[in-house]
Design a protein around this ligand. Structure first.
Ligand code: SAH
Length: 457
């Protein structure tokens, strides 16, 4: 979400004539975008802000802006006192004040001042702008489009609803225009973003009478955009992953068979205290449904260890579940108490840090064993890899399979943005290595059978 927000700000600045500076000391404007989902990234942001103080002292005319979840919807005043050398405090996905400031300072020509005009500002969210900076055109193969802003679910551990505000969907025509423009700028893969992305559109009047989930309609409409080759979406919530959405993933060739659906804990009591709204049995069934409906699907999950009150036995349940499900990826985090959340107000953060770390490591080791096993199945297979860049030190191209595996291969040719067919010669838990399959550079046939019937759709 932050990458997407930053890209939009960069593109806006570029329209006003700014160019990216490679060194901080050459910059006229510095915007620090922040994530505060855990304490660690917040501490890092504070560290960076402190490091930037001398820059501001040397460039009093420069603009230093803090953006994102650290600012949230109502933290600006507190932050202003704490960091007086920061000029602007911009909420997530909303750089309006930056445009207004640039206009006031006379940085903008008459026409450009329009951007700061109140009406234009109101429209800014729905404007069809260049969202990918021109300086990055042709370089960015895979990028993001936020489709649902904010979140209204209020999981007890999570600060996001307090910082990104209530859930609201962006209009489909704006999303489609952005996707088309990105495709015209050379983007091949788009990931649609939302905290609960499968809730997309339920708040929009144009979808009131649609039977299928609005996300399915949106996926279909994006699907026809020329030039785009892959579409992904994240993050899903178990309660909102309807069968017709799974079938759409199976049916639409550009939509990758990869689902990111966090479980957070493998114990019903912990899940209830997290207020996730489902049980372990529900999640187990969902995994079975995903595997039934989407042939070859890879599934990623998120897990929090050391949630307040999590006993060794409850943690074991999570461990055993992860061992049983053999998922394709698990982002594992130690619980971090966040301001104003229900968990912080009502529960004791009582699992010691060392114990949280022990649990995290145990899951990490389990999962890397599972991944080593799952990835070994790719050995000697030829897979389509959408190439995203070249690792200069290793002198290898890298990209991902449709199932989100990172693949490296060597070639003298320029593969950026192309789909290479790579025969896998080495596999590890975190990446695969292969060589170009020169005999088989045809299109992927997608011959796997899906359990979706036309009725399900
Ligand atoms: N909206 C998504 C993702 C939210 S943030 C969802 O439905 O889950 C990404 C991940 O950060 C979460 O899935 C969760 O695993 C982790 N996370 C969120 N709050 C956290 C906290 N207070 N401590 C530790 N991890 C947290």
């Amino acid at each position: 979400m932050n990458v997407a927000d930053s890209q939009r700000v960069a593109a806006g600045l570029e329209r006003l004539g700014y160019t990216p500076a490679t060194r901080i000391k050459d910059a006229d404007i510095i915007i620090l975008n922040t994530c505060v989902v855990r304490q660690q990234p917040e501490d890092k942001a504070v560290g960076r802000l402190t490091q930037l103080k001398p820059w501001k002292e040397r460039h009093p005319e420069g603009i230093l802006a803090l953006m994102g979840c650290m600012v949230g919807t109502r933290e600006a005043n507190t932050l202003r006192e704490r960091f007086p050398w920061v000029d602007l405090f911009l909420p997530p996905s909303d750089p309006t004040e930056l445009w207004a400031t640039l206009a006031e300072q006379g940085h903008l020509s008459e026409a450009e001042t329009l951007i700061a005009d109140a009406e234009a500002r109101r429209l800014a969210l729905s404007r069809v702008d260049t969202v990918l900076p021109l300086s990055e055109e042709g370089q960015v193969v895979s990028t993001y489009i936020p489709i649902v802003l904010g979140c209204s679910h209020a999981c007890t551990y999570c600060v996001i609803p307090y910082r990104r505000g209530a859930e609201r969907s962006r209009p489909p025509d704006v999303i489609l225009a952005e996707a088309a423009q990105m495709a015209a700028q050379g983007v091949k893969e788009i990931t649609l973003l939302g905290q609960i992305v499968d809730r997309y559109g339920y708040d929009l009047p144009m979808f009131e009478n649609t039977k299928e989930p609005p996300l399915v309609t949106l996926l279909r409409d994006i699907h026809v955009i020329d030039g785009l080759e892959r579409i992904r979406f994240l993050t899903s919530h178990p309660n909102w992953m309807r069968d017709d959405l799974l079938c759409a993933v199976a049916d639409l060739p550009k939509v990758c068979e990869h689902i990111e659906v966090p479980i957070q804990a493998g114990d019903d009591e912990v899940l209830a205290r997290m207020r996730r709204g489902y049980t372990v049995a529900d999640y187990r069934q969902l995994v079975a449904r995903i595997r039934e409906f989407i042939p070859g699907a890879s599934i990623a999950t998120d897990i929090i260890v050391g949630f307040p009150g999590e006993t060794e036995r409850q943690f074991r349940h999570t461990y055993d579940l992860l061992a049983e499900l053999r998922l394709d990826k698990a982002h594992i985090a130690r619980y971090s108490s966040r301001p104003r959340t229900v968990a912080t107000r009502q529960f004791q953060d009582d699992v010691p840090e060392a114990e949280k770390e022990r649990r995290r490591k145990a899951l990490d080791e389990l999962q890397s064993g599972i991944l080593a096993g799952l990835n070994a199945r790719y050995l000697d297979q030829t897979v389509p890899v959408l190439v995203e860049g070249k690792h200069t030190r290793k002198d290898r191209w890298f990209g991902r399979t449709r199932t989100d595996r990172l693949v490296f291969f060597a070639s003298e040719d320029n593969w950026l943005g192309y789909t290479a067919r790579v025969r896998i010669t080495w596999t590890g838990p975190w990446s695969l290595i292969g060589e170009l399959d020169t005999e088989d550079q045809g299109q992927d046939s997608g011959s796997l059978m899906s359990a979706c019937s036309s009725e399900a759709l």
